[in-house]
Design a protein around this ligand. Structure first.
Ligand code: FES
Length: 176
């Protein structure tokens, strides 16, 4: 009498169509869209965004995330895309700078304030500032200088003063 294992190992008749196995992967949601990553689950989120999805707004920020260039929101909380693997983000909701504007292309109030205050130089730091200031205003809707000074972001083009004005514009309701 055949064992159960023998039955599994028996090949199906040649005319049987065997459905392809659904590939294992990590399911995540990015900017409201569902993705399944079937590659290396230990890939840092930063490289998944940039190299796989071509969402290149999130920038390399050194191995320690200095300067805040790699910031995103994970389940609404500010996080470094360098320091999380795709596997760690299974089932989580991620927002990148590409997810800030409305579907019709209308800029997020913070984006518009950065434009209006001319707070963008080369632009390398801008996505990180936007994500950090969004997180700040979610926690402190009327944030002032003290709270803005706590942000981890750096701008090598010297835009800090204009960035500060942009964030305060939104905090004061000028772009509500
Ligand atoms: Fe160039 Fe900030 S605009 S680093």
């Amino acid at each position: 009498m055949a064992h159960a294992q023998d039955q599994i190992l028996t090949p199906p008749p040649s005319n049987t169509i065997v459905p392809e196995k659904v590939r294992d992967g990590v399911d995540l949601e990015i900017n409201g869209r569902a993705y399944r990553h079937t590659g290396d689950a230990q890939m840092p989120l930063l490289w998944y965004l940039r190299d796989v999805l071509r969402l290149t707004g999130t920038k390399y920020s050194g191995e320690h995330g200095q300067g805040g260039y790699d910031l995103v929101l994970v389940d609404g909380k500010l996080a470094s895309a360098t320091h999380m693997t795709v596997a760690e983000l299974a089932g989580k909701s991620i927002t990148t700078v590409e997810g800030l504007a409305a579907a019709d292309g209308k800029l997020h109030p913070l984006q518009q304030a950065f434009v209006d205050e001319d707070a963008i130089g080369c632009g390398y730091c801008t996505p990180g500032w936007l994500m950090a200031s969004l997180d700040l205003l979610n926690r402190h809707p009327q944030a002032g200088d003290n709270e803005i000074d706590q942000l981890p972001n750096l701008c090598r083009c010297g835009c800090q003063t204009r960035v500060r004005r942009a964030i305060k514009r939104v905090a004061n309701g000028a772009h509500a």
